[in-house]
Ligand binder design. Structure first.
Ligand code: GDP
Ligand code: IMO
Ligand code: MG
Length: 421
């Protein structure tokens, strides 16, 4: 296998964590390239559930190197808690195995506070958008800045001058943030994470040159991409495969393939258009069976039929070589299953995803194709031949509509509940 990006094809939570864990054994290095602890990637191993927010989902494999790339925004407290929780489970998280980019931007307390106060789209309130905004505004504080007290003090002084005037003038009930308090807290984090900090860009490129195989782990999903998603109902980074180049410092010529992950249906957390969203009863039915509650915030996820229009768009812009379909087992009990193959808008048929105009997506009516359900438990199936014919037909139809072959089908959260094609 060669350097590969795993990318979500929907609005996140496609089951990327499980798939990264399944694929990781064939790679040497696993790299997170964007997002922050807004992500929640779940991996179930030996009946123990791990939820990764910042650390790549490959860390459960002994001896694999995990890298948090420059494109990730890091909450150091959350990262340290994640490391601690893994250690308690006897997972090795030494600095040989975990590398943190010195260029990653930090999520600061004022980012979280601003996210909380300003949110209009239903964010995870982790300060993600505010941290990326400061990065773009060139007032961000980076991991490397934690390693030197004077640099951190100076950068914080500049930043807090602006933030505190915003807090005290606009949000009058807020008394502003203390430089000393934040500096002391963050210098302490710096001491604790210092040993993991390296120039990950050089590291990854040198390892690739030595012939090591790299798996790039996307967070969120294509439809949440800040450039190509359903703006403004998006996250503030580029989850698409191209994001791996900027978020890890790797040339596109060194990435050999992209695998796209989609659920057998659709979910979304937070606000924003969702053409195939189900009525209350069926929505709840899928939410309960699929345990569709946010791995980061615990919020109930909105559920809907598989939207091929969105998946096909995501498959195209990521140029995916193969598809992974997850959570097929969640549809086990349904008599009929619908797939959205197009939209109706003002009497016209749309087959291209109107990603740049959320208002159109709010107005469209899905055009459905209906397929029979299989009405049996498939969670124990290990081989394609043992799937019921209706499940095969559903998967074949997805493959036909997306025009990309399927490489894996997931029928449960465990590693062994995976069918390789
Ligand atoms: P991610 O953010 O893309 O990694 O996905 P999440 O971890 O947020 O959500 C996926 C959820 O579905 C997790 O609870 C997984 O354990 C679970 N899951 C993954 N694959 C399957 C599957 O094939 N079937 C079922 N029933 N659950 C799955
Ligand atoms: P994983 O990696 C699903 C959503 C939020 C909100 C929007 C912006 O687990 O798939 P943000 O906090 O990023 O500014 O919120 O993006 N969102 C996710 N939805 N899965 C995620 O990550 C998400 N990360 C952010 O709900 O609608
Ligand atoms: Mg998730």
């Amino acid at each position: 296998m060669t350097n590969t990006v795993v990318v979500g094809l929907q609005w996140g939570d496609e089951g990327k964590g499980k798939i990264i864990d399944v694929l990781a054994r064939d790679f040497d290095i696993i790299v997170r390239y964007q997002g922050g602890n807004n992500a929640g990637h779940t991996v179930l191993v030996n009946k123990k559930e791990f939820v990764f927010h910042t650390i790549p989902s490959g860390i459960l494999h002994p001896k694999k190197i995990c890298v948090i790339g420059n494109g990730v925004v890091v909450n150091p407290q959350a990262l340290l808690e994640e490391i601690e929780a893994l250690r308690k489970e006897d997972i090795e998280v030494s600095n040989d195995l975990l590398k943190l980019s010195e260029s990653s931007h930090l999520i600061m307390p004022y980012h979280r506070e601003l996210d909380r106060i300003k949110d209009r789209i239903g964010t995870t309130k982790r300060g993600i958008g505010e941290a990326y905004a400061d990065k773009a505004n060139r007032v961000g504080i980076r991991v490397v800045d934690l390693l030197d007290k004077e640099t951190l003090t100076e950068k914080l002084r500049v930043c807090l001058k602006e933030k505190n005037s915003l807090f005290t003038n606009i949000y009058k009930q807020h008394e502003g943030f203390s430089l000393k308090k934040i500096r002391d807290e963050y210098i302490r984090y710096g001491e604790l994470i210092r040993s993991y900090v390296i120039d990950t860009t050089i590291f990854i490129n040198e390892e690739i040159d030595k012939g090591k195989k790299v798996l790039f782990e996307g967070a969120q999903g294509t439809l949440l991409d800040i450039d190509h998603g359903t703006y403004p109902y998006v996250t503030s980074s580029n989850p698409i495969a191209g994001g791996a180049c900027t978020g890890a410092g790797v040339s596109p010529t060194k990435i050999h393939r992209v695998i796209g992950v989609t659920k057998a249906y659709t979910t979304r957390v937070g606000k924003g258009p969702f053409p195939t969203e189900l009525s209350k009863r069926l929505n709840e039915c899928i939410r309960i069976k699929g345990r569709e509650y946010g791995a980061t915030t615990g919020r109930p996820r909105r559920c809907g039929w598989l939207d091929i229009v969105g998946v096909r768009f995501a498959a195209k812009i990521n140029a995916i070589e193969s598809l992974v379909i997850t959570k097929l087992d969640v549809l086990d009990d349904l008599d009929k299953i619908k797939i959205c193959i197009g939209y109706k808008h003002n009497g016209a048929t749309i087959i291209h995803f109107p990603h740049s105009t959320s208002s159109i997506l709010e107005e469209v009516q899905p055009i459905y194709e209906e397929l029979p359900g299989w009405k049996m438990d498939i969670s124990h199936v290990k081989d394609w031949v043992d799937l019921p014919k209706e499940a095969k037909r559903y998967l074949e139809r997805i493959k036909e509509l997306v025009e990309v072959p399927i490489c894996l089908v997931s029928v449960g959260p465990r590693r062994d509940q995976t069918i390789r094609l």
